[in-house]
Write a protein that binds this ligand. Structure first.
Ligand SMILES: [Zn+2]
Length: 270
């Protein structure tokens, strides 16, 4: 079973516009030819994932304003009830005074995980608010996927540096924490030095064009394939490309199976 643990989809009405805005924001600070590989909708995502041979794609919505929590989590719940090859995590804003009750609510609705994004949410990964949310999520055994490292659409200061992740996992040691983008986008030397060997999971989203193969292989092998999860970041990368990249790294075939699905199945309880 192949599981893409890091994808995005937006409601039909706003999908096209959302992609446009995100691409325009990136173009202001980066030369990278950012492009969408799906039309931004759930059905578009499903089509691209099926073409890549993916059995299940995990959608990671991001609440950037507490007012969106209700709608975003309702759509997420509908996605899960539809049982269509997509599974959505919930989201909340850590600075929302209701953040902890949102964790309770999501747990009660059966959500297996929460996505948080310190850049989009303008809050540091090791802040008290973030720590409190993670502590509550850990009590329910929920997975927290955190954007990590630089973001292509944001200028420094970086709000999820390896040191911050170390502090967070130190405070909440039983948290199933996933640091996206192989532990920290464009900060892989520091990841290799500080995060390799910790209990933090890494996903492989949006790295194929930015990291050299030897560096990626070294981090994965040193960290342990049990804690690495295939994620594409679709629509921003074609999952077929991410899989091709992972298969080209000469990783042990059993390890590759863990990375491409087994580990994620464990986190999702399937
Ligand atoms: Zn992403």
């Amino acid at each position: 079973m192949i599981i893409d643990l890091h994808t995005h989809a937006f409601p039909e009405k706003i999908a096209a516009r959302t992609l446009e805005v995100l691409i325009a924001n990136t173009a202001r600070i980066s030369d990278y030819p950012m492009k969408n590989y799906t039309d931004g909708t759930a059905s578009g995502l499903l089509e691209v994932e099926r073409r890549a041979g993916v059995d299940l794609a995990v959608v990671l919505p991001i609440v950037t304003n507490p007012k969106q929590s209700e709608t975003i989590n309702r759509v997420a719940k509908e996605t899960n009830d539809a049982n269509c090859g997509l599974y959505s995590f919930g989201s909340l804003h850590p600075a929302d005074p209701d953040a902890l009750s949102w964790v309770d609510k999501l747990a009660a609705e059966g959500f297996k995980g929460i996505k948080l994004h310190p850049e989009f949410q303008n809050i540091y990964a090791d802040s008290d608010e973030m720590t409190a949310v993670c502590r509550r999520a850990a009590q329910y055994g929920m997975t927290v996927v955190l954007h990590a490292g630089r973001d292509i659409g944001y200028l420094p200061p970086v709000k999820t540096e390896p040191d911050m992740l170390l502090r967070l996992i130190d405070r909440v040691p039983d948290l199933k924490l996933v640091a996206a983008h192989l532990g920290g986008w464009m900060m892989w030397e520091e990841v290799a030095e500080k995060l390799v060997g910790t209990p933090i999971y890494f996903d492989t989203a949006f790295i194929a064009d930015f990291i050299d193969k030897a560096a990626a292989r070294d981090i994965i092998n040193a960290h342990g394939a049990d804690k690495v999860l295939f994620g594409s970041d679709a629509p921003w990368e074609d999952p077929a490309k991410t899989l091709k990249f992972l298969r080209s790294l000469s990783i042990d075939p059993e390890d590759l199976k863990k990375i491409c699905g087994k580990n994620a199945a464990g986190l999702l309880g399937i």
